[in-house]
Design a protein. Structure first.
Length: 392
């Protein structure tokens, strides 16, 4: 069969004015039009009083990346004209060995957020649902909405997860339970024993997604406080319906490179791998993450600073009359007793950026990342100034 092409010129579409432009919004599915705009999707308004504000809003490592990661990154950058290894094999094998699991039980993604979106895309559709707690990681809601699935958010208990309420909310249409441990943004923890009891109650059609993005900080706190944090890897080895999410964005200090991973039974990982984007993790990100994985000293430094400075900041805020939940992560949850967005804007005018939590269902609360001692000192100085203004 052959095709004949007309030599006639294409007709040009001429519009009289901008009002004649076609409205594309009518072809966008309604569930996409309803998506929540996150604070992170908006550009940061730069304070005129500070050329570079102190960023305490995204829970980053204030000491930056591992020196070993920087060295590996600089070496790898010479090969950026090459596509990255599609399966990140070297990093893949090292992560598996690091956690004592098999390589086929690991999937590397562009941050843990990509894995969250993959899970929702694979398991959810119109009429199906996921369950989590109110005041939990906002991406659970965003990932669910894109699929036309429904997110059931149950009440919190003591600023954390009410596992009994979550269990009661599960129904025949539930496919996922999202648990952030420690919880973002409240910093609360579920112990290994609490997770054990809850996991045993889950029906076979439900996947438990255990988000341990802040696990390095929680493990350090747990050791100090004599608490069992997590042995979720035992669930993977027992072939339970679980995915454990990890990231290089927090304690490892590689947030800008976007590397995360999930660990789970091979039968689940193989399914989610089919929905992953090709080449989603760059070659420089793979190289930096591989080096950072084994820099235990850098993690210890970050965790030690976090433990010490979390106490400093929490105590200072409590002296000002605020009730601060004990944190197990690298941030603090603070109910400021007034509109958080306005409070955060006032802090920004003093050169400090924090995260208001209106979108998390806490309109009077902010999340404060733990910085260096100097950053925390400047934050507390700015906080006191704003409080005096609010109370006067």
């Amino acid at each position: 069969m052959s095709f004949a092409f007309s030599a006639k010129p294409l007709r040009t579409l001429r519009l009289k004015s901008l009002q004649d432009m076609p409205d594309f919004s009518n072809v966008i599915p309604p569930h996409i039009r309803k998506l929540v705009e996150t604070d992170q999707s908006k550009p940061l308004k730069q304070s005129r009083s500070a050329a570079k504000p102190i960023a305490l809003n995204l829970n980053e490592n204030p000491f930056g990346p591992s020196p070993l990661a920087l060295k590996a990154l600089k070496s790898a950058i010479e090969e950026v004209h090459r596509y990255p290894e599609i399966h990140a094999l070297d990093l893949h094998e090292e992560i598996a060995a690091f956690h004592g699991v098999q390589p086929e039980q690991v999937l590397i993604t562009a941050g843990a957020t990509e894995f969250l979106c993959i899970i929702a895309r694979v398991l959810l559709a119109s009429g199906l649902n996921a369950v989590t707690s109110a005041r939990s990681f906002i991406v659970y809601k965003l990932a669910t909405q894109v699929t036309e699935g429904k997110l059931i958010e149950v009440r919190t208990r003591d600023n954390g997860y009410d596992l009994d309420a979550i269990g009661a909310a599960i129904n025949a249409d539930t496919r996922i339970v999202f648990i952030s441990n420690p919880n973002n943004p409240t910093g609360t923890l579920l112990t290994a024993e609490e997770i054990d009891l809850f996991a045993k109650t889950l029906p076979d059609h439900v996947l438990l997604v255990l988000d341990e993005a802040y696990g390095d900080f929680a493990a350090a706190f747990a050791k100090q406080r004599h608490v069992n944090y997590s042995h979720a890897l035992d669930y993977v080895r027992a072939d339970r319906n679980i995915i454990i999410l990890k990231t290089f964005s927090k304690a490892h200090g590689l947030a800008g490179l976007r590397v995360g991973y999930g660990i789970g039974p091979a039968r689940l990982i193989s399914v989610f791998a089919q929905a992953r984007s090709i080449f989603s993790v760059s070659s420089v990100a793979q190289a930096a993450a591989l080096a950072a994985l084994h820099d235990a000293a850098h993690i210890r430094t970050a965790a030690q600073n976090n433990s010490e400075q979390a106490d400093v900041v929490s105590s200072a805020l409590e002296r000002l009359g605020y009730e601060i939940p004990i944190t197990w992560a690298n941030f603090i949850f603070c109910d400021v007793g007034t509109n958080a967005a306005g409070f955060a804007e006032s802090l920004q005018s003093h050169g400090v950026v924090v995260q208001p939590l209106g979108m998390w269902g806490a309109p009077n609360a902010i999340r404060i990342s733990i910085g260096t001692p100097e950053q925390n000192h400047l934050f507390l100085k700015a906080f006191e100034a704003v409080v005096q203004s609010v109370r006067s």
